[in-house]
Design a protein. Structure first.
Length: 265
C-alpha cells in the first residue's frame, strides 16, 4: 500500500522518468545474460568443429592404413611370383677365352682367330683389348688348387696380355663368393702352363678363390670338353658357381676343357 500511495502521489512526468529508469536498468541487466549466451553458443560451435575435425582425421588414418596394408600385401605377392634378379655378365665373347695356336705351330703361340666363326672374325679382331687394371676389392686376386699344386695370382680380364701373367678373371662374371658364375681361365701349354692338368680334377676336389684377404672354397662337381664357340658355359647361374677354362688337348688347343665347381664355404 505505501508503494501504491507513493506512486499515486507522483506526477505524470515523474512516473515517466521512473519508467524510463526501470527500462534502462532492465537493458543493462539483459546485456550480460545475452553476452553469456553468445559466448556459450560460440564455445559449443567450436567444440563441434573440433569433434568433426578429429573424426575426419581418424577416418583419414584408417583409410591410409588400409591402403598401406593392401599395397604391402600386393608387393609381397609380386615378390613371391617374380624370380630374384641375378647379375648379367658383360660377356661379348664370340669364343671362349684362352684360344691360341700351340707353341709348336709355325709362328709360335699367338691368338687363334681361325677358331672364330668367319662372319664374326672381323668383329673379334677389331675388339680393343682390355688393359691390365688393379682388381677391385671384390675381384678374384688369387687361386689355389691343392690337387694340382696350383697357387697363382689372378688378374682382372682374360685377354692375351692378362693370361700371359697368370689366371684371368673374366670381366662381368661373378666375384668370389657371390651368387653367379665365377669364370677363370689360364693357359695349358704356354706362360707357365697353369691349367695344363685340369683334366685330372675330379668331383670333390677343392678350389680356393681369394678376393683380397677373403677366402672362398669351391668343390669340383663335373667337367666336359666343348668347342671354342660354346660360350654358354660362361652364362650366369642362380647359385654361386665356378667355371675353369683352358685350351685342350695339350699342344693341340682345338677345343676347351671346362671344369665346374660349387661354392661350399
Amino acid at each position: 500500500m505505501p508503494d501504491r500511495r507513493i506512486a499515486a502521489d507522483l506526477s505524470i512526468a515523474e512516473l515517466e522518468e521512473v519508467i524510463a529508469l526501470r527500462k534502462r536498468e532492465g537493458r543493462h541487466a539483459a546485456r550480460p545474460r545475452s553476452r553469456q549466451r553468445r559466448t556459450a553458443a560460440w564455445r559449443n560451435r567450436s567444440l563441434t568443429l573440433i569433434e568433426v575435425a578429429v573424426l575426419f582425421g581418424l577416418m583419414l588414418v584408417v583409410i591410409n592404413s588400409e591402403q598401406s596394408r593392401v599395397a604391402t600385401n600386393q608387393a609381397a605377392l609380386v615378390a613371391q611370383t617374380v624370380p630374384a634378379a641375378v647379375p648379367t655378365p658383360l660377356i661379348n665373347a664370340v669364343v671362349l677365352p684362352d684360344g691360341h695356336k700351340p707353341p709348336t705351330a709355325p709362328g709360335g703361340a699367338v691368338p687363334n682367330f681361325d677358331e672364330v666363326p668367319p662372319h664374326l672374325r672381323a668383329y673379334a679382331q677389331a675388339l680393343t683389348p682390355v688393359p691390365i687394371s688393379t682388381p677391385a676389392p671384390a675381384h678374384a686376386t688369387r687361386l689355389q688348387i691343392p690337387a694340382l699344386n696350383i697357387d697363382a695370382s689372378v688378374l682382372h680380364g682374360t685377354d692375351w696380355e692378362q693370361l700371359k701373367l697368370g689366371v684371368g678373371h673374366s670381366v662381368g662374371t661373378a666375384n668370389p663368393g657371390e651368387r653367379g658364375n665365377l669364370v677363370l681361365a689360364a693357359h695349358n701349354d704356354v706362360y707357365g702352363e697353369l691349367f695344363r692338368y685340369l683334366d685330372r680334377l675330379k668331383p670333390g676336389d677343392e678350389v680356393i678363390a681369394y678376393a683380397g684377404q677373403r677366402r672362398y672354397r669351391y668343390v669340383i662337381t663335373s667337367s666336359r670338353i666343348v668347342k671354342p664357340t660354346q660360350v654358354e658355359v660362361m652364362l650366369p647361374t642362380n647359385e654361386p658357381t665356378l667355371t675353369l677354362i683352358s685350351c685342350y688337348p695339350y699342344l693341340i688347343d682345338t677345343e676347351r676343357i671346362i671344369v665346374f665347381g660349387q661354392l661350399q664355404s
